[in-house]
Structures are given as C-alpha cells and as structure tokens.
Design a protein around this ligand. Structure first.
Ligand code: SAH
Length: 237
C-alpha cells in the first residue's frame, strides 16, 4: 500500500506545486506515493457555487460552510477510509518530526485547506478533523501548510530519499539540532574546514559533531535542550 494524499482546497492548481520537484516529485513519478487535489467548490449547494458565508455573531471576513465542506470530505473518503482527516489550522497542534514519521507509516491523509477566516467549527467536530499547525503565524490559506506537511512526510517514505542514512542525524531526529556541514573547497575566503573533519578519524569526527550539535541546541533552542536533557537523564535512571 502506498501513501495516498487527498487534498481538499479551493485552489487545486496549487498542487503538486513544489512537491512535483526533486525527491518528492521523483517519488510521485515512481508511484511511491500519490496525490489528488479536489475542488471544494464542486460540492457547493447553490447555483452560485458559494462555499463561504459571513461569520455568525458578526466580524470581518467569511467562513467556510460546514455543509459544503462535509460533502467534500465525504466524497473524498468513505466512512471506512482509514486515513486520518487533517485540517490545516493555526489553532492546531504544532507539526513535529514525530507526527510526520507516524503519518508516513500510515495509509495517507485527507487534508483540508482552510481559507478566509477559517472553517465552521461544526464540521471540525462532526468529521473529527485533526487540526495541525505549521507554526505560530497566520497564512492566508491552508495550501502552503499542506505542502509543508506533505513534504515533511513524503521524504520519510521508504525509497523517496536516496540515502536514508542522511536522515538519522538530522535536526529533530536525535532530539538535537544537526551539527554544521562543510564541503569543498577546503578554503573559502580565508575560512577553512575544521581540521578534525579532514582527519579521517571517525571517532573524533563523531565526537566533534556531537559536541557541536549539543552546543548549537543549547544556544538556539533551550526548549529542545531541556527536553533532550530530561530524556537522557531518564534513560540513565
Ligand atoms: N482566523 C483564523 C486564521 C484563518 S487563516 C485564526 O485566527 O485562527 C486561513 C486558513 O489558513 C486557515 O483556516 C488554515 O487552513 C490556514 N492557516 C493559516 N495559518 C496556518 C498555520 N499556521 N498552520 C496551518 N494552517 C494555517
């Protein structure tokens, strides 16, 4: 079974977009995963094909209608469809590498992209949508969020990344940010590659990389560092 993504959006032309290139694009071509972008408007109920209306209680902007969105979701996924139903939402749980791994191991995802002021709460409740946020800022629509989420997932599907080993030391995989990277030329504007990396001593190299990763994490992400330390302490007990 390959990972199948169904996107519900008012802008299906935005897909696959960046996902059609590079690793994820080759994965699509090879059939390692699949994507369909479905037009929410096709499920509108009136002749104007309207999908939104003014917010109850007043206020600015428009809200995506529950009835239209529910019809779109039901058409994309039968009741026994095992795929999680996700709504891109700034109020959702922040996306993590761990959640991306879980989703990559599953059958796929149905991803709803909000627009305007968001979507009617009743469809979130009635269709049990899992709200996922890609960060503490507001985008104008869920599409870029969905592309971000899928990019994070798809590169973890076996066969999509050529060299799976490169994933192991990446930021967030170990609980630490990754160490700095270097490549040729040996000297760039008077700056040289740290000597240890060209020493050929693999133990020393691993130690250096670890130290750098710890230092960076401590400096830049005290939140990750605290979580990492309590995990390491826990393992020692
Ligand atoms: N009024 C809402 C924001 C609506 S933004 C609020 O204040 O919470 C319109 C749509 O863009 C949302 O429905 C959602 O699908 C998407 N979106 C905006 N920011 C996002 C984020 N940080 N993560 C995921 N989706 C986001």
């Amino acid at each position: 079974m390959t990972f199948k993504a169904s996107i519900l959006t008012l802008y299906p032309d935005m897909f696959p977009g960046p996902l059609g290139h590079s690793l994820s694009g080759r994965g699509l071509e090879k059939g390692l995963w699949s994507l369909e972008a479905l037009q929410i408007r096709d499920h509108a109920l009136d002749k104007h094909r309207s999908v939104d209306d003014t917010p109850a209680g007043g206020g600015a902007g428009m809200v995506l209608r529950a009835d239209v969105l529910a019809r779109a979701i039901d058409a994309a996924a039968r009741e026994d469809d095992p795929r999680p139903r996700i709504l891109m939402s700034p109020r959702g749980k922040p996306l993590t590498q761990a959640r991306a791994h879980e989703l990559a191991e599953g059958p796929g995802a149905i991803i709803v992209c909000g627009r305007f002021e968001g979507v009617d709460q009743r469809v979130i409740d009635a269709r049990n949508l899992e709200e996922i946020s890609i960060g503490d800022y507001i985008l104008s629509g869920g599409e870029i969020g969905a592309i971000t989420l899928l990019d994070a997932i798809v590169r973890l599907i076996p066969g999509v990344m050529g060299n799976m080993q490169s994933a192991d030391t990446e930021s967030f995989e170990t609980g630490l940010l990754e160490h700095p990277q270097y490549t040729r030329p040996q000297e760039f504007e008077g700056r040289t590659i740290p000597e240890v990396l060209t020493s050929g001593n693999h133990k020393k190299i691993a130690e250096w990389q670890r130290e750098q990763a710890e230092k960076l994490t401590q400096e830049r992400r005290p939140d990750l560092w605290d979580a990492y330390c309590s995990l390491v302490d826990g393992n020692h007990k």
